[in-house]
Design a protein around this ligand. Structure first.
Ligand SMILES: Nc1ncnc2c1ncn2[C@@H]1O[C@H](COP(=O)(O)OP(=O)(O)OP(=O)(O)O)[C@@H](O)[C@H]1O
Length: 258
């Protein structure tokens, strides 16, 4: 029978992936599957040291799985916790770098970045050096650079965890705005439950080590969304459920390692 519709190809996908860092080490991922569709924000939520960044290593093709398959676009923008800006490059030059590496002429790279400075709120700071910028501004530059590198597909690994609480909320709301304006596809790692509620279409909750099939939640909040929405009862009910599952997962992990 002809299908009524075809589901679009996922941008990021892990199918039945198992992985360990070396032959004698324990499994970090045990039969993990996940998929991110174009235009989605999917948040990976899980305890520290559980293997979340390892998923990004595989998706950025820094490593390959022991079993299963991984698909991701040829060009992916990666943004880590630390902004990793180059102190000797101006804002505009930071964002030009991935294009220059891809072989664009400096002049063309500059033009492409200039087109996006305003959207990223960096028009006024284009000629500044990193040491002249606030923490939030540095993260904006880092995100613009990742977007230039990844053609709008982004892997964000706790990008706001080092910012103070107020700056973090304003950066989260700003990210949602950019996501809409620029049609980004984002896979985002955090261990902050509120951040997951604010940002995600879907949350993949990992509770145990090694990581196995995540528990998926479609966040019960509409769009556009702001920081106040996560205080709604339906969001708080989801948060309570996640907390309980994380607690039970920790107990099972401890029991298994005894
Ligand atoms: N390069 C490496 N070589 C060997 N083991 C590693 C390496 N990187 C990570 N590990 C181990 O793999 C496990 C998962 O680490 P990973 O960094 O993926 O976790 P995480 O969930 O991202 O942690 P966090 O939230 O603290 O960033 C940990 O036990 C860690 O010690």
């Amino acid at each position: 029978m002809k299908q009524m519709y075809e589901k679009s190809q996922p941008v990021f996908s892990l199918s039945h992936v198992s992985y360990r860092y070396d032959a004698k080490a324990p499994l970090v991922l045990a039969d993990v599957s996940l998929h991110v569709q174009p235009g989605e924000i999917v948040v990976i939520l899980g305890p520290s040291g559980s293997g979340k960044s390892t998923i990004f290593r595989l998706l950025s093709q820094l490593d390959s799985p022991e079993q299963g398959s991984v698909t991701s676009p040829e060009k992916v923008g990666f943004m880590p916790q630390d902004d990793l800006l180059l102190p000797w490059r101006r804002v505009i030059e930071q964002a030009m770098l991935p294009l220059e590496i891809q072989g664009f002429k400096r002049k063309d790279a500059r033009r492409l970045v200039e087109d996006r400075l305003q959207t990223f709120g960096l028009e006024e700071t284009a000629d500044k050096y990193p040491k002249e910028l606030s923490g939030g501004m540095k993260q904006r530059v880092s995100l613009l650079r990742a977007a230039m590198a990844g053609q709008n597909t982004l892997l964000l690994d706790e990008p706001f965890s080092k910012l103070d609480a107020l700056t973090r909320v304003s950066m989260q709301e700003w990210l949602l705005q950019i996501w809409e304006e620029e049609s980004l596809t984002i896979l985002f790692i955090t261990h902050d439950l509120d951040e997951a509620l604010l940002l995600a279409d879907r949350v993949l909750l990992f509770t145990e080590m090694p990581l196995m099939t995540p528990i998926e939640t479609v966040v019960p909040l509409g769009r556009p969304r702001n920081a106040e929405d996560i205080t709604k009862p339906e969001a708080q009910a989801v948060k309570r459920d996640w907390l309980q599952r994380l607690k039970h997962g920790r107990e099972r992990t401890i029991a298994a390692s005894d």
